[in-house]
Design a protein around this ligand. Structure first.
Ligand SMILES: Cc1cc2nc3c(=O)[nH]c(=O)nc-3n(C[C@H](O)[C@H](O)[C@H](O)COP(=O)(O)OP(=O)(O)OC[C@H]3O[C@@H](n4cnc5c(N)ncnc54)[C@H](O)[C@@H]3O)c2cc1C
Length: 329
């Protein structure tokens, strides 16, 4: 009896995160290959309207767990609910985004279920045994491990921007099932009292389609305004290397790399970044890489699709002006 490929859909302020749509798109392909139904599981409060979006994105079935205690993500409540639901429904696979929430929730859930977890995967396919097989970068992206398990459910977190989002199909319908939130009181040890949101009109680093990133070559925090000006013209997020973060020029949440965020935008513009292996580990799978560096020997040029050898303080404002013209055309 088919038990399904589950995608734990992440929503924030009732907006489905892009990585969940990516998982539904790829999950649809896996479901078609295996004959398993694709099930979207959404937790939160007032989430009913999201069922239509996930149905149009490929889900055969939507499980909604709508409860005030789930309005904001907390490790305990979400683990409690999902642990019970997964034990009851026995899905074949459980997929989450490798986001802050996914990285927190998935290991806890896997431990409760007594199963393994393939974390931070960048590939997923059906192998010759009809098993789900996950690809995971190791040694800072120098090699790949291929992981599977014969214990069910097979669980994985998938790196954002790994799979494209398929266009929604308005004709698709899904069975919608509402489940009660069964939360053990012991799992409510931590209660979220307040969320302080840092206001920014720029996209979040891991969700951005374009990233403009600055390294030690920026020379100081005050100079990031030139990157921000470029970012605002092209709708980009702003990132930084660890050297810039360690110098106190940018907060850690902007750091791209092995010990920062992993990103895979369509376009990554690296300015004054040498291209250390630890930086490449976080952005090497970007679709197009543009490097601006005054050193023609900089390692970043070995991975860049387009390289500009020059002083970023001259090049970046010129790029901004040229993009402005294109945007205003
Ligand atoms: C365990 C470990 C984890 C790490 N994790 C990370 C990580 O997550 N992310 C990360 O980024 N690093 C990480 N690092 C650090 C990494 O090794 C590098 O030290 C760091 O990435 C260097 O940052 P950078 O390229 O900005 O600086 P640099 O290597 O100093 O490069 C600066 C570049 O700017 C260029 N430049 C200078 N002035 C200009 C100008 N006016 N115009 C144009 N170009 C100019 C220079 O030619 C140079 O190439 C890690 C290191 C370790 C050991």
């Amino acid at each position: 009896m088919a038990k399904g490929i589950w995608v734990i859909v992440e929503q924030r302020n009732l907006q489905i995160r892009k990585v969940s749509l990516e998982l539904l798109s790829q999950g649809r392909k896996i479901a078609d290959e295996t004959g398993e139904p694709l099930v979207a599981v959404i937790l939160g409060q007032g989430i009913e309207a999201l069922a239509k979006t996930v149905a149009e994105s490929g889900a055969d079935k939507v499980i909604l767990i709508d409860d005030a205690k789930l309005a904001e993500y907390t490790t305990g409540a979400y683990t409690s609910v999902l642990n019970k639901l997964i034990r009851k429904e026995e899905p074949q696979a459980v997929l989450l985004g490798n986001t802050a929430v996914g990285k927190d929730l998935a290991p806890r859930l896997a431990q409760r279920l007594g199963v393994g977890l393939a974390s931070d995967c960048t590939g997923m396919e059906i192998d010759s045994n009809n098993f789900l097989n996950f690809k995971r970068p190791i040694y800072a992206g120098k090699a790949f491990a291929h992981l599977t398990s014969n214990v069910r459910p097979i669980m994985a977190t998938i790196r954002p921007n790994t799979f494209p989002v398929a266009p929604p199909d308005a004709a698709r319908q899904a069975e919608v099932v509402k489940e009660a939130a069964e939360i053990d009181s012991a799992d409510l040890a931590a209660i979220l009292k307040e969320v302080a949101v840092a206001a920014s009109k720029r996209p979040e680093l891991t969700e951005a389609n374009i990233i403009v990133s600055g390294g030690r070559g920026m020379k100081g925090p005050e100079n990031y305004v030139i990157l921000e000006a470029l970012a605002d013209v092209i709708g980009a997020a702003v990132g930084a290397s660890r050297a810039a973060v360690d110098s106190g020029w940018k907060e850690h949440k902007f750091q791209v790399g092995q010990t920062g965020k992993t990103v895979a935008p369509t376009l990554y513009i690296a300015c004054g970044i040498s291209g250390a292996i630890q930086h490449l580990a976080g952005m090497g799978s970007s679709k197009f890489i543009v490097a601006v560096n005054k050193d023609p020997e900089a390692n970043i040029f070995n991975v860049a699709d387009y390289g500009i050898v020059g002083d970023l303080f001259e090049v970046v404002p010129l790029l901004t002006e040229e993009f402005k013209k294109l945007v205003n055309e």
